[in-house]
Every structure is written in C-alpha cells, then in structure tokens.
Design a protein around this ligand. Structure first.
Ligand code: 5AD
Ligand code: SF4
Length: 458
C-alpha cells in the first residue's frame, strides 16, 4: 500500500492509523504508487489549492490504473479525508478510477470495505458520521514509529468561522475519554515514545465527561469534568514520558487552568500554536471568530506571565472579504506587537458552502498577493530573530531521526525548532543538551565539537 497524506497533522495521524489497521490484513507499506496494489490519498479540503491537488494527483494515477488493469493486476484507489467527506459523490462521478471513498469518521472500516470489495467487486462511498467508537478500533492496532508521537484527543469543530470547511468535513466537536487517552499514552510510552503531541481541530475545547454527581477535585469544572489543563497534569504523571504538547488551540477556549498548566506542568513544552487569523476587529467579526485583537493580546500577556519563555505561533488569513489596507495594517501591527516564533500565512480561499464565499467585497488577487508577501517578510524576520537568539546557548534536544548527512541526527528543541547535530546514533530517542552554533529561519545547528563537549544526556 502507498498512502499519501495532504494537509494537517490530523491527516498524518489518520494515515498512520490506516497503515496500522491494514498491516494485519497483509498490506505492507511501499515507497511509491507504482509499487502498490492499494493507493490511498488522504486528502485536505481546507483551501482550494489543496483540494485541486487531489484531482490532479488522481489524473496522474490514471495510466497506472490502466496499466495494472491491462496486466491483470488489481490496483485499488481510495480517496480518504476531508475531500472525500465533502465531495464524495463528485469524486466518483468525475474520477471513475476511484474505487473507494471513505470519510475521516469511517476509515476504521477500511479493512472491511476492502474485503467486501474483494468479494463483491463493487466500490462504495462511506462518509457517514458514525456514532460508534472509531478510536477503539484504532487503539488496538497502535504502533510507535519513533520517540515522538501524535495522539488524537478531540475531533471536529463547532466554531463555524465563516471561511472554514472543517465544521462541515470533520463534524461537531467530540472529545475522547480521559481513560482512553491515558491508556493510549501509556501504551505509547511503553513502546519508547518520549514526547506526545495531543491533537484536535480545537484541542483546547477538549472536555472529559462530567463526573457522576458533579464535583471531582480542585481543578475540575463545576460539573466535575476536566479541561485540557487538567488532562495535561494527569498525563504528565506518566513515568517515562518526557514532553507534552498540544495543537491546535482556539483563543476562545484558552481558559485560566490551561494557562496555569504552562506555569506548573514541567513536561508541557513552552510552545503554543494559537491562531488569530487577523489583527482587525472588523475582520475578526466577519470571520465569526468570537474574539477581538485585544482579547488575543491579553491572552498572550497572561501566557507570558505564566511561562516567560513561551514561543508563540499563529495562522493568518490575508484578503478575507472586505479586508481594507487599514485592516491589513492592523494585522501587521499585531504581529509586531506579539513577536512570533513562527506563523503560517494564507491567502483567503473561497470555499463552496461557507458563508464567506458568498460575501460581497471579495479582495482582488493582486492585493492578496501583495499582502501575503508583506506579511511573510515580517513573519520570516521574526522567525530568524527568534532562532538566532539561541546561538551560543544550550538547549535540551530530543533526537528523533537520522539526518540526510552521515552521522547527523535531527531533533527538536522545547520550542519545536528542528536541531541538526553531529551526534552518535545511540542518541536517537534520547534528550540531551546541545550547544547551538548557528541558526536559520527553519532550523538550528549544533556543531560536532560543540555537540561532543556540550552533550549532556538527561
Ligand atoms: N482560506 C484560507 N485559509 C484558510 N484556513 C482555513 N480556511 C481557509 C480558507 N478558506 C486557514 C486558517 C486555519 C488554517 C488551518 O487554515 O488560517 O487556521
Ligand atoms: Fe475552522 Fe474556525 Fe473551527 Fe478552526 S475554529 S477549524 S478555523 S471553523
């Protein structure tokens, strides 16, 4: 099987789970579509470009499918993920080479769908929002692929930002139970994982079920349920787990207890991706974000009081309908004020079915281009400044994989920077202090001699 993942980290997680589910059924991962008898495209619908890419990639698979049919070998093509969810019927109409369409809530049924296909030689669309516990099926097959792992704790979104397809493709917010999350986390740690990133489209909207009879401890909410801060405290008690992260958060769900966790939970890494999208209140209102620029800045101040070294990251959209030069300047001012360690910047992309797609005053493409270039330049300068500030310092690095050069390992700093260092292979999976000798926009380097002298294993 060959699985290609587009878009967000949730899709990376889902692709890994699909591979694990299929392995016991005789499927083995291969490097290219040409070698595969099953190709799965795990797609993204967030912007037009991402969705279009799927159709062009499917076009490229056509000769492969024809050749395999001609040779009597059966090549099965499946489309999974958010394009499958949003455009399942259309995919099958436009692309007859697609055998299976499976949405993000139903992919745990892939083994069954493939078996049924073998028996009946018929395809199908499975994009129901199933009530059954997808995660129970997935957890049983979970494998660890290195010292850092993702763990989905929450899915879906109830926020309905006017530009966004996620509430339609991923459905309503649902939270996994604390017990199921703890079980999966412990299992990962037993398999050698040292760092876990908790995933959710709105990860900080995570809530445990209310405790029977309410109450439930000092940190619990009035109905006895837990929020993400308390979940972090709980998971941090797992022996052998060294680092915790979570993504992606919404400013509206950034409660006091979660901010406090940055001050008090040592294993919670000082990095937070907190998308703001725009610095203009008028635009934020049009986006239905439910917060103002001032509210966001207050959150940043409080986070920095809790954890002075916290590194911040955000998403921005330029050219949302009605965005004027002044609105855009307000975004630049907010970026200036916060000082981000990194940020993702996008041109507004009209998504069919979302409220913003039919709003008047759509911004012209050249204006979007110009604003994007200006914002990218500012964000890039901040990223370089942030990374450069570590040169000459020691940082604890979790070494995750081999680098491209021989004898080089790549790891991550607490601030999610990539760190390249010439260290022995035996350091894989370990956390060590590395002295940073140079920095670029995308990575830090610890040189060989500095690494040898400066490496202290934790
Ligand atoms: N156009 C451009 N960017 C978008 N995003 C979501 N929807 C759109 C859209 N229609 C961006 C937001 C979000 C990130 C994952 O993708 O910034 O935070
Ligand atoms: Fe999309 Fe907004 Fe939900 Fe994020 S919070 S997934 S941008 S609707």
């Amino acid at each position: 099987m060959f699985i290609r993942s587009y878009g967000c980290q949730m899709n990376v997680y889902d692709s890994e789970r699909m591979a694990e589910l299929l392995r016991p059924h005789g499927y083995r991962s291969v490097e290219t579509a040409e070698e595969a008898d099953l190709v799965i495209l795990n797609t993204c619908h967030i912007r037009e470009k991402a969705a279009e890419k799927v159709f062009s990639d499917l076009g490229r698979l056509k000769p492969l499918k024809a050749a395999s049919n001609a040779s009597g070998r059966d090549l099965t093509i499946a489309v999974a993920g958010c394009v499958a969810q949003a455009e399942g019927g259309e995919i099958q109409r436009r692309m007859p080479l697609v055998d299976i369409v499976v949405g993000p809530q139903s992919y745990h049924r892939l083994p069954e769908i493939l078996a049924r296909r073998d028996r009946l030689a018929g395809g199908g669309v499975d994009t129901d929002f199933a009530a059954e516990e997808k995660f129970d099926v997935l957890a049983a097959a979970r494998e660890a692929q290195g010292p850092a792992a993702f763990l989905t704790i929450q899915e879906g979104c109830d926020k309905f930002c006017t530009f966004c397809v996620v509430p339609y493709t991923r459905g309503a917010e649902i939270s996994r139970s604390a017990a199921a999350i703890e079980r999966e986390a412990r299992d990962l740690v037993e398999k050698g994982v040292r760092e876990i990133t908790l995933l959710g489209q709105n990860v900080n909207a995570w809530r445990s079920a209310p405790a029977p009879g309410g109450g439930g401890g000092i940190r619990a909410l009035p109905d006895g349920s837990w929020g993400l801060g308390q979940l972090c405290r709980h998971l941090a008690e797992i022996e052998g787990l060294a680092r915790l992260r979570f993504t992606t958060s919404h400013p509206r769900d950034m409660d006091d207890d979660l901010i406090d966790a940055f001050a008090t939970v040592e294993k919670l890494m000082p990095f937070l991706h907190l998308p703001v999208q725009s610095g203009s209140d008028r635009i934020l209102e049009g986006m239905n974000r439910g917060h103002t620029a001032a509210h966001y800045l207050t959150l940043i101040d409080r986070l920095r009081r809790a954890r002075p070294d916290i590194a911040l990251s955000s998403d921005f959209i330029v050219g949302f309908p009605g965005e004027t030069t002044e609105d855009f300047e307000a975004t630049l001012a907010l970026v200036d004020r916060v000082g981000f360690a990194s940020a993702y910047c996008f041109k507004y992309s009209r998504r069919p079915g979302t409220p913003a797609a039919s709003m008047g005053r759509q911004v012209a493409e050249p204006d979007k281009e110009e604003r994007l270039a200006r914002l990218l330049a500012l964000v890039e300068a901040q990223r370089v400044a942030f990374n450069s500030s570590f040169v000459g310092q020691e940082l604890p690095v979790l070494f995750e994989k081999r680098g491209r050069r021989a004898g080089q390992l790549i790891g991550r700093s607490p601030y999610l920077q990539s760190v390249h260092a010439a260290v022995p292979q035996s350091m894989l999976g370990k956390i060590a202090a590395a002295r940073i000798v140079s920095a670029s926009a995308n990575a830090l380097a610890a040189d060989a001699s500095a690494a040898r002298e400066g490496i202290r294993v934790f």
